[in-house]
Ligand binder design. Structure first.
Ligand SMILES: Cc1cc2nc3c(=O)[nH]c(=O)nc-3n(C[C@H](O)[C@H](O)[C@H](O)COP(=O)(O)OP(=O)(O)OC[C@H]3O[C@@H](n4cnc5c(N)ncnc54)[C@H](O)[C@@H]3O)c2cc1C
Length: 423
């Protein structure tokens, strides 16, 4: 062990790169601008609710292989919970109809032939249109490849792509939608089981990673924001943290695992996605009614998904930009009215607003349009000891936990195999 790898940013991309490199006995230092790790995937104590909550509900699927490997490597895979099969209960607020989508395990989708398992109002034949998205023509939107209307669209395509791509599906990149279809529906129900972090994102995805890094002798530096990269010819030769400059030895390497706007500020001329979409989460301190499903899809409402946790119901609204400027309390009331209208199995939720919190992440993900996707850079850069990571780099996936972790793994691979930093 004779060189140091500096990792800038302690989100999932930075942490996964750090874990892979530390496992190969590299000396790792992680520099994080804020006082905490996790970036856009974190837990925090919320004073108005008096409880620890996540910045946003995060859903994994059983086919997220890099995320599951990451969790296994830090001993936290058992903290994910979900139903035994690929089941998604739904309610339509307009009609009050309830149903459960139930995918079968294998690749052959016989569930589409069973009217009790597919979207109400659809026929098996309708699902054939999804095949057009598996390998779509380049540069197209979903709206240019399939018709964005009808029961299959509103009962499956729209909720799936809103959640996975965080954008109104007609505008979404068909290429990214295709990656989602290939890794989920087309892979079979065994890849579609929904999984959530039972005890929260921090205790599941972040704290065990920090403990693993500590055991492997890696160093974490919080409140340590990289202000500038200093370049010398074909390499980075120093890191400027404002008041502290770290000179890099000939063999040292850097993984820049910061959001795209931060990376663009550090590397002049770097082309990155510049448009974003918001995600709005509402949390209500209330015990979920007995029998409330862990994850419930909602159609024809402002609410898109409701997650049930001990002592709390939490709502997710993807592509929630239209809600960024509305008053917080008015928004909480609108959302709660819908949740209360769903009621429990026996309709037992009060109309009165329980203690609440609204968390609006303005730049939750880059906008998954064909134009923005085309701006995603590869991990390797023009500088031989500098590699990029992050959910916005060119992973072929939308901005997700899975994409962030794969990007970190890829960055670590490039460095460990000395495909970068060759003198
Ligand atoms: C509300 C919400 C809900 C989501 N839901 C889901 C979901 O259900 N399923 C899913 O798979 N994904 C979901 N995502 C997406 C997922 O959270 C992200 O894809 C992932 O966390 C991105 O990780 P990252 O490491 O690429 O970036 P980030 O988490 O943004 O990490 C970047 C880190 O770099 C640090 N940094 C920035 N500048 C500097 C600097 N100059 N020096 C040092 N450090 C710096 C930041 O502080 C941050 O910690 C959601 C995201 C949000 C916001």
């Amino acid at each position: 062990m004779n060189r140091t790898v500096h990792i800038i940013g302690a989100g999932l991309a930075g942490l996964s790169a750090a874990l892979k490199l530390a496992a190969r006995d590299e000396r790792v230092i992680v520099h994080e601008a804020t006082a905490f790790a996790g970036g856009r995937c974190r837990s925090y104590h919320d004073a108005s609710l008096g409880m620890t909550i996540d910045n946003g509900n995060h859903l994994l699927l059983s086919g997220n292989r890099a995320a599951l490997d990451y969790l296994r490597s830090i001993g936290a895979e058992r903290q994910l919970i979900g139903p035994a099969g690929a089941e998604f209960p739904f309610i339509d607020l307009a009609t009050r109809q309830r149903w459960t989508l139930r995918f079968n395990e294998g690749r052959i989708p016989w569930w589409i032939f069973d009217s009790t398992r597919r979207v109400p109002g659809t026929r098996a034949f309708d699902y054939a249109t999804l095949a057009r998205l598996i390998w779509p023509p380049p540069g197209k939107t979903v709206g240019e490849v399939i018709a964005c209307r009808g029961a299959l669209y509103s009962g499956l395509v729209e909720p799936l792509f809103l959640a996975a791509l965080n954008i109104e599906p007609p505008q979404a990149s068909a290429k990214l939608a295709g990656a989602v279809i290939r890794e989920t529906l087309a892979a079979g129900g065994h890849a579609c089981r929904p999984l959530i972090a039972r005890d929260g994102l921090g205790p599941t995805l972040i704290e065990p990673a920090l403990a693993a890094l500590q055991r492997r002798g890696s160093t974490m530096r919080f409140d340590h924001q990289l202000r500038a990269l200093q370049f010398d010819g074909g390499r980075v030769d120093a890191l400027d943290f404002g008041g502290e400059t770290v000179a890099l030895a000939a063999d040292d390497a850097v993984v820049l695992a910061v959001p795209p706007y931060a990376a663009a500020a550090l590397i002049r001329g770097l082309v990155v996605p510049t448009e974003f979409r918001a995600i709005v989460n509402a949390h209500f301190r209330i015990e979920p009614p007995h029998g409330w499903p862990p994850i419930l899809g909602v159609l024809n409402g402002t609410v898109q998904w409701v997650f049930a946790f001990p002592g709390r119901l939490a709502v997710t609204i993807s592509a929630g930009d239209r809600l960024l400027d509305s008053g917080r309390e008015a928004l909480a009331r609108t959302i709660w009215a819908e949740v209360a209208a769903i009621g429990g199995p026996a309709g037992e939720l009060p109309a009165a607003l329980p203690p609440w919190q609204i968390v609006r992440e303005r730049r939750a993900t880059f906008a998954a349009t064909p134009e923005q996707d085309a701006k995603r850079p590869d991990a390797a850069t023009a500088w031989r000891n500098l590699v990029l990571a992050g959910d916005w780099t060119n992973t072929g996936l939308p901005a997700t936990i899975e994409g962030a972790i794969r990007s970190g793994n890829r960055a670590a691979e490039l460095i460990a195999d000395r495909r970068v930093n060759r003198p």
